[in-house]
Design a protein around this ligand. Structure first.
Ligand code: SF4
Length: 319
């Protein structure tokens, strides 16, 4: 059985030990697709409570949101403290439970380049100053990163491991419109190519099962994303959570979620098409709580992975 090339093995080869991503959620970060800059309400599948992250820690700074043009940031010290507290708590657990030795700080929630440059710089540098941190992974949208930030990250990348995670989702503009994405596919391609030209590492997020997409369209998205030179990939099925625009579409019968069989089929084909140097960070997604409306198969991650491995077995592959 040949193991699919995972991000974990990429990191292990590179750093010679177990490296874990530490997911961080900083108050004050939002998204131009939520705050009205490009759209309101966010992507139709995004549970953003219209405007806020729903963690206890973010309550402290309720009503505080940054964007690319914010002139001041009165809460930078609090954000830095939050970063440190989250990093310490999560990395401790990863060390104790999984034997993690080194870490990549993953700025995960919302759009993590959507703040004034000085704020980003302070947060990224603080994250890189923690013990055993070898790099950063920064989740963002292609319409929310500036040349200045890209240039700065490219410099950091000379001595650290810097990743940018772009939501690609689909290469079809009609689909991006349907999900209220707020930018088109040309914009994603442009910024991925720019990041790659500066030597940065890029992870692309893909969603299978977007409204009205055929299997051919999903595979074309994967094919183009590989062609743009992404270094790593996350595949997700589109699932419906309550309190989203997609939930309304689903409840009135205007959206049908992807079946597990079709998802498996598209996923396996995408894995087979994938260039061998592209590492895989995620092969599925779901949520096991009462917020999930559909499809039900997205509730049980273990069973999903089991089925993915069953589908890979005849190909002598495993995840
Ligand atoms: S870009 Fe991300 S954070 Fe913004 S609305 Fe879409 S899914 Fe939500």
């Amino acid at each position: 059985m040949e193991q699919i090339y995972t991000f974990g093995s990429y990191l292990k080869n590179k750093f010679g030990c177990k490296v874990y991503k530490v997911g961080i959620n900083i108050s004050g970060f939002t998204c131009p697709n939520i705050d009205g800059t490009v759209a309101k309400g966010g992507c139709t599948f995004c549970e953003n409570d219209s405007f806020s992250a729903s963690t206890g820690q973010t309550q402290e700074l309720k009503g505080f949101y940054l964007n690319l043009n914010s002139k001041t940031n009165p809460n930078l010290d609090k954000q830095l403290k939050q970063l440190e507290m989250q990093f310490n708590a999560i990395s401790k657990r990863q060390r104790e439970e999984y034997g993690a030795e080194k870490f990549i700080v993953y700025f995960q929630s919302f759009t993590n380049t959507y703040a004034p440059f000085e704020t980003l710089k302070a947060l990224y540098e603080k994250a890189l100053s923690f013990d055993n941190v070898v790099g950063l992974s920064i989740g963002t949208r292609s319409d929310s990163i500036t040349e200045e930030t890209l240039e700065y990250l490219a410099k950091l990348n000379l001595t650290k491991e810097i990743w940018i995670e772009f939501g690609i989702q689909s290469v079809y503009d009609e689909t991006l419109k349907k999900i209220n994405r707020g930018h088109n596919s040309a914009n994603i391609k442009e910024w991925i190519l720019k990041a790659k030209a500066k030597g940065l590492n890029v992870c692309g997020h893909l969603i299978f099962g977007l409204p009205d997409e055929t299997q051919e369209m999903m595979l074309e998205t994967a094919r183009e994303a590989y062609e743009w030179g992404i270094d790593s990939v996350k595949y997700h099925p589109l699932y419906v959570v309550k309190k989203t625009a997609l939930a309304n579409d689903f409840l009135r019968g205007a959206f049908t979620p992807i079946t597990e069989d079709i998802y498996l089929h598209v996923l396996i084909k995408s894995l087979l098409m994938k260039p061998s140097n592209v590492s895989v960070q995620r092969v599925t997604a779901g949520i096991d709580d009462s917020s999930l409306l559909a499809p039900d198969w997205c509730r049980d991650k273990k069973s999903q992975i089991k089925k993915i491995n069953m589908a890979l077995k005849p190909l002598k592959l495993k995840y």
